[in-house]
Design a protein around this ligand. Structure first.
Ligand code: GLU
Length: 471
């Protein structure tokens, strides 16, 4: 049974890189009929953010990744929050001390600082030499201590990563990391091993920043007599070829993109492709299709650059296929924010905009034409392509009013063009400008009359008639 996990630290923010790690772990588990587990890595209590676990759970829900085991839903391997597992780690740390794979360390901050000042790049195993009785005495005295991993001083270690191939590390490049901190909490370096084993994790999918420290974790697996999981390390998502997409960029969080008007699944679909190649040309995929097509072999060894333009394009495809009702419901908050109480038929506005926006927040710009009439600019009647001008508008404005009252507006405008010996496009241009005062609108005159209503359309045309009369 495949078991994967997503193990975020509760920082109050879910970076889309993290969401992608979760996604790959989810897709892999689901593809193999396995389980996807959520584990909260909150052992760094100085970084605690209130409500941060909810942020993660809500994000996974919105993204459509249902975790099988984890906080709230529970499961047979809980608790799934590391701070609630403190005793478990201590128990295994003691086992490692007994086997000589870990040791108590009483070194003070000052001593460690001094060590580094004298050029040491890693801890010098100073406390490894302490006798059992001295250790017991110092603990009994209440001296603060940490527990460190005892890493061999020489030799190498090789393991296989599914993306990066064989990875070899020289033990002399590794430090005797702290496993248990002085507050009794484990470090990531320890807890990830204990939990991945105890939670039965078969495939460990995580960021490439752990690629080179994995040999340390393997020593712990070996010391405890446990089988290692399959390792799958992932390259980060980049802003450009040099820089990771970071929180500092202001829009690297899942929520940031939702707030920018992206649909959750469009984001999920797009990030799935950032680091994984489906090996066919079909890039738009539902969650079920992603599950079906996902494979470890398709994961890329090179990092990928985030391209918001492409995500916008994918988003627009998802927007177009929403039902009119769903799009309208999704658009409503944007109308409320950017163009409330304009007296237009908002449902019809949604119909006009659905095919014209790439993200929901494009509504702001796309609906701005509604207000254009208030600052009517007669220069807009001048159009080079159609060869129209203000005089032509002046000449046509009475007819525009009459056409608006005609039973079929477009037919009336067409026969007006014929009567006047003009091109239909010329008349349509004049009409639409007179009605809206906007160079670009989602739809032509007929749509605009429908949107504003006939009474408002006539009021506007009267007003333009008056403006033109003063020229
Ligand atoms: N808490 C770790 C992080 O957020 C998880 C790494 C892992 O998946 O093992 O980077």
């Amino acid at each position: 049974m495949v078991r994967t996990r997503f193990a975020p630290s509760p920082t109050g923010y879910l970076h889309i890189g993290g969401l992608r790690t979760a996604l790959y772990a989810y897709l892999f588990a689901k593809k193999h009929g396995g389980k996807f587990i959520l584990r909260i890595e909150d052992t760094d209590q100085t970084r605690e953010v209130a409500g941060a676990v909810d942020v993660i759970i809500t994000a996974l829900e919105k993204a459509g990744m249902h975790y099988d085991e984890g906080p709230i839903v529970g499961g047979d391997y809980g608790p799934y929050i590391q701070s609630e597992r403190k005793q478990i780690y201590l128990e295994y740390a003691k086992k490692l001390i007994d086997s000589g794979d870990a040791y108590y360390c009483f070194c003070t901050k000052e001593r460690l600082a001094e060590l580094h000042e004298h050029g040491a790049t890693k801890y010098d195993k100073h406390c490894l030499k302490l006798s059992k009785s001295e250790i017991e005495e110092r603990i009994a005295r209440g001296e603060p201590y940490v527990i460190r991993q005892n890493i061999p001083e020489s030799g190498t270690s090789t393991y296989h990563d599914e993306v990066f191939g064989d990875v070899t590390v020289d033990f002399k490049d590794l430090e005797d990391n702290i496993l248990i901190k002085s507050d009794g909490m484990p470090t990531y370096n320890f807890a990830n091993v204990i939990d991945d084993h105890l939670m039965g994790i078969t495939h460990c999918i995580r960021g490439v920043e752990y690629l080179m420290s994995t040999p340390k974790y393997n020593l712990l697996y070996d010391a405890l007599g446990w089988a290692r999981p399959v390792y799958i390390h992932l390259q980060p998502i980049m802003r450009d070829s040099q820089h990771k997409l970071s929180k500092r960029d202001g829009d690297a969080g899942f929520e940031d993109f939702l707030n920018k008007g992206f649909l959750p699944h469009a984001i999920v679909n797009y990030i799935a492709l950032l680091g994984w190649n489906p090996k066919d040309n079909n890039e738009k995929m539902s969650m079920d299709e992603l599950i079906e097509k996902f494979s470890i072999e398709g994961l890329q060894k090179s990092s990928s650059i985030f391209d918001e333009t492409k995500m916008r394009w994918l988003n627009s495809l998802y927007i177009k296929e929403m039902s009119a009702k769903d799009f309208h419901a999704a658009a409503m908050p944007y109308y409320q924010k950017y163009c409330p109480d304009k007296g237009v038929d908002y449902e019809y506005l949604s119909e006009l905009l659905q095919t014209r926006v790439e993200t929901l927040s494009d509504i702001k710009e796309r609906a701005a034409f509604i207000d254009a009439f208030d600052n009517f600019d007669t220069e807009l009647f001048i159009n080079k392509k159609w060869k129209t001008d203000v005089a032509m508008a002046k000449d046509l404005i009475d007819d525009c009013l009459a056409c608006t009252n005609a039973p079929e507006l477009n037919v009336a405008l067409e026969s007006l063009a014929e009567r006047k010996g003009l091109k239909k496009g010329q008349v349509l241009w004049i009409y639409r400008i007179a009605l809206t005062g906007a160079a670009a609108t989602p739809g032509g005159g007929e749509e605009m009359v429908k949107l504003f209503g006939k009474t408002e359309a006539l009021r506007r045309l009267e007003k333009v008639k008056n403006i033109l009369a003063t020229l």
